[in-house]
Design a protein around this ligand. Structure first.
Ligand SMILES: Nc1ncnc2c1ncn2[C@@H]1O[C@H](COP(=O)(O)OP(=O)(O)OP(=O)(O)O)[C@@H](O)[C@H]1O
Length: 332
């Protein structure tokens, strides 16, 4: 899936400047009748950055993308694209939208769909021919170029949908749940396609429900809840700001507990707590500071007359951060 020597996309900038903002959003608000879908959203996307937006259903992610793509008008706020107001002439051309719902024609072939979307983007005839050829390579669908889309799998349609949104070579790509409803193999393929555009300098903003996808496929994560940004940073930043040094410990002892253990170790101001269940030889518990409290937990086990047979310290993940911030699972 390499773009190849005849790739019509511009060469990547020699140096991607993380101090140049592709997008700057300030105090973005959107009100639908009596509902505030966005309540003052602020963030910036640097040039060449991959930013993932996470949030429970109804957090405002789609509304945000729609505001950026000009599909809905914000009630208030400012959007700058490479320093220019989004409504200035020609500025929107820098943005490519890949919507969540598939916006394709089932009764047209892959090539015809690509041509139709290229025309919507105002691409000239000669350039469009090159772009369509590129898109067929990029999506890996050259051998299906003349087949009707109606017979395609969900993953194949997603790839065509993606190509239709970026045929005009936008410098910023907005994707609303680009992998919704596709199998893991297709997800990999879609991310490989996005990596290729990112390598050529495109800045990427996507929304996702997949915590692993956000963690592995983005440089930075923004968590939204109820129309607001509630966290923004790299995964390391978010862990530090939320769960910090606390860790989940899974422990197995040499025989079933006669009664729960009393654990004294979680800091001077915290009352002792009981850990584990009578009759079971394994338990899980969260400790505040692994560097201090893990030793104390092991001591508590020994003082109660047991010995540790096995132990696992779970690294904090985006899942722990998300639970800490929102108090619920992503799919709630
Ligand atoms: N056109 C609309 N008219 C009225 N309310 C709307 C409209 N679009 C969205 N909303 C409401 O705005 C809020 C935010 O919705 P939005 O679709 O942006 O959330 P989301 O984070 O994308 O959710 P999901 O993960 O389910 O896609 C929700 O309460 C939704 O019901």
């Amino acid at each position: 899936m390499q773009c190849g020597p005849n790739c019509p996309w511009p060469s990547p900038p020699a140096v991607i400047r993380s101090d140049i903002f592709a997008l700057q959003i300030a105090n973005l608000r959107k009100r639908y009748r009596r509902l505030d879908a966005l309540r003052g959203v602020d963030f910036a996307l640097s040039e060449g950055e991959r930013l993932a937006f996470l949030g429970p259903n109804g957090a405002g992610k789609t509304t945000l993308i729609r505001c950026l793509a000009g599909r809905t008008r914000p009630t208030e706020g400012q959007i700058l694209v490479f320093g220019h107001p989004i409504n200035a002439p020609g500025v929107r051309q820098s943005l490519g939208l890949v919507p969540q719902e598939l916006a394709l024609y089932d009764d047209l072939t892959t090539r015809e769909n690509l041509r139709a979307f290229g025309k919507f983007h105002g691409i000239g005839r000669r350039e469009l021919r090159d772009q369509v050829e590129w898109a067929l390579e990029w999506t890996g669908l050259r051998d299906r170029a003349d087949d009707l889309l109606g017979g395609f799998s969900g993953g194949m349609k997603r790839r065509v949908n993606l190509a239709c949104g970026v045929l005009h070579q936008p410098r910023i790509i907005l994707l609303d749940e680009p992998t919704v409803g596709v199998d893991p193999q297709s997800r990999q393929r879609i991310f490989a396609m996005l990596d290729e555009l990112n390598d050529r300098g495109a800045s990427i903003l996507l929304t996702t429900h997949h915590l692993d996808e956000a963690q592995q496929r983005s440089d930075r994560i923004v968590i939204m809840d109820q129309g607001r940004v509630i966290a923004d940073g790299t995964i390391e930043d978010l862990v530090r700001q939320t769960v910090g040094k606390s860790r989940m410990i899974k422990m197995r002892v040499d025989r079933p507990l006669e009664s729960p253990l009393v654990f004294h170790g979680d800091g001077e101001h915290v009352a002792p707590r009981s850990v584990g269940v009578a009759g079971q030889d394994t338990f899980e518990t969260r400790i505040d500071d692994v560097t201090v409290s893990l030793g104390r937990l092991i001591q508590s086990v020994r003082h109660s007359g047991y010995s540790v047979s096995d132990m696992e310290v779970q690294s904090p993940s985006l899942h722990h951060v998300f639970l800490h911030l929102t108090g619920h699972e992503l799919r709630d």
